[in-house]
Write a protein that binds this ligand. Structure first.
Ligand code: ADP
Length: 398
């Protein structure tokens, strides 16, 4: 069974074609600069040379047509005909409180996702554009929506309601939603498999540390707490996002600096985090290099980042009343030996004992804890696309 996975941004379209019989990627690629000058599609077929298509793509539909031509191309193609594709899985950022799992993208579901646009004004519109374009080109192929927020819908109400006047939850849906759900779900499932246990029996803390970072507490396979909130701005310190701060700072700064709502929003989302602290970069590789060279603010940025991860791990162990495994994933979690080590420093008292040699690795699925560590510490590369393809297969076959 072949499944195409689509992830649309405002001017980009990422795709992966899976053969689900062996969960192998047949081809993947990225269309960029859609709707602007210089549109380009880079197609990477497994076992063949990459192909680059530089041609105008006025919208996502045109990008899709070019990628579909690439998939069946005699040279760079990987299938003979588009009819080989059994279903398409779409990544959608926000499903509000409407969906707690992946679903078929019926007209009713699409209408419900449109209602969620105010909650994710930058993400849901391009996601929906991709779905519409795909439906127009492949009208008879089943389409499934997989939502970043869905996994966290199992959080208890006392975890997701903010201590604000309750009417704002009722009126605007202001509550904690959480994000990166597909990633947290994937690595939690892999963690249970690596431990040789039923996911219903394990408590896992999953640390998705990338440009955007979030941590989730997954108890018995269900998300019970996560660090991102109403938006992906909350929680940890990130590349450019501030994470949790005293909300009074916002009004204080707006008044002192005479900032507009838009300017303030830009500061919190684009100029804060480790970039804001260090003044160096939002890329953790640059920050680590600067810190190694003695840049004190870069060092401070790393300390703030890892301190928040460490504190959150402690908090979530308390929230679940225990923890069997801690997982590191995403760009930083998968690659930075030193950041993983700093995140766990001092947590031996909780039974988390890292093995420095085992930790000296990158990007492979492995245990990085000492043999006598009470809590398993795991490195698991995330694979949101595979999770989307797995959901799509399951729903299509059911
Ligand atoms: P996103 O998907 O949110 O854009 P990623 O999960 O790809 O982000 O993570 C990107 C981050 O991972 C960047 O900040 C990058 O610096 C960091 N990263 C990648 N490789 C390394 C590494 N070897 N050491 C430290 N950080 C790394």
């Amino acid at each position: 069974m072949k499944i195409l996975v689509i992830n649309c941004g405002s001017s980009s379209l990422k795709y992966q074609l899976f053969d689900m019989d062996d969960k192998m990627v047949l081809a993947k690629g990225l269309a960029e600069r859609i709707g602007i000058e210089g549109s380009i599609l880079t197609h990477k077929p497994t076992g063949k040379d990459n192909a680059v298509f530089e041609q105008p793509m006025k919208d996502h539909k045109e990008a899709l047509r070019i990628l579909m031509d690439a998939l069946v191309d005699p040279v760079c193609g990987v299938i003979a005909d588009m009819s080989e594709i059994s279903a398409v899985g779409h990544r959608v950022v926000h499903a509000g409180e409407k969906f707690a799992s992946s679903v078929f993208l019926t007209d009713e579901v699409i209408a419900a996702l449109e209602e969620c646009i105010p909650l994710a004004p930058l993400h849901n519109p391009p996601n929906l554009m991709g779905i519409e374009a795909c439906k127009a080109i492949l009208p008879d192929v089943p389409m499934v929506g997989v939502f970043d927020t869905a996994f966290h819908q199992t959080m208890p109400k006392y975890a997701y309601i903010y201590p604000l006047p309750y009417e704002y939850y009722e009126k605007y849906g202001i509550r904690k939603y959480g994000f990166h759900g597909t990633s947290h779900r994937y690595v939690a499932q892999r963690a249970a498999a690596m431990l040789g246990k039923d996911i219903k029996e394990v408590k896992v803390i999953t640390c998705h540390l990338g440009n955007g970072s979030s941590i989730a507490a997954v108890d018995g396979g269900k998300s019970v707490e996560t660090s991102m909130g109403f938006t992906p701005l909350d929680g940890l310190a990130m590349g450019t996002r501030c994470g949790t701060i005293d909300p009074a700072i916002v009004t204080f700064l707006m008044e002192k600096e005479g900032l507009s709502i838009k300017e303030m929003d830009n500061i919190l989302n684009k100029k804060s985090g480790v970039l804001g602290i260090s003044g160096v970069s939002s890329d953790f590789r640059d920050i680590e290099t600067a810190a190694d060279e003695g840049n004190e603010r870069a060092e401070l940025a790393l300390k703030i980042f890892t301190y928040r991860v460490r504190s959150t791990i402690g908090q979530y162990a308390a929230a679940m009343g225990g923890v069997d495994a801690v997982v590191f994933t995403a760009g930083i979690g998968e690659n930075s030996v030193t950041i993983r080590q700093a995140c766990l420093e001092g947590l031996e008292f909780m039974g988390m004992k890292l093995d420095k040699d085992r930790n000296n690795t990158r990007g492979n699925e492995t245990f990085i804890c000492a043999d006598d560590s009470k809590v398993a510490i795991l490195l698991i590369p995330t694979n949101e696309e595979l999770m989307i393809a797995m959901d799509t297969k399951e729903i299509t076959q059911a």
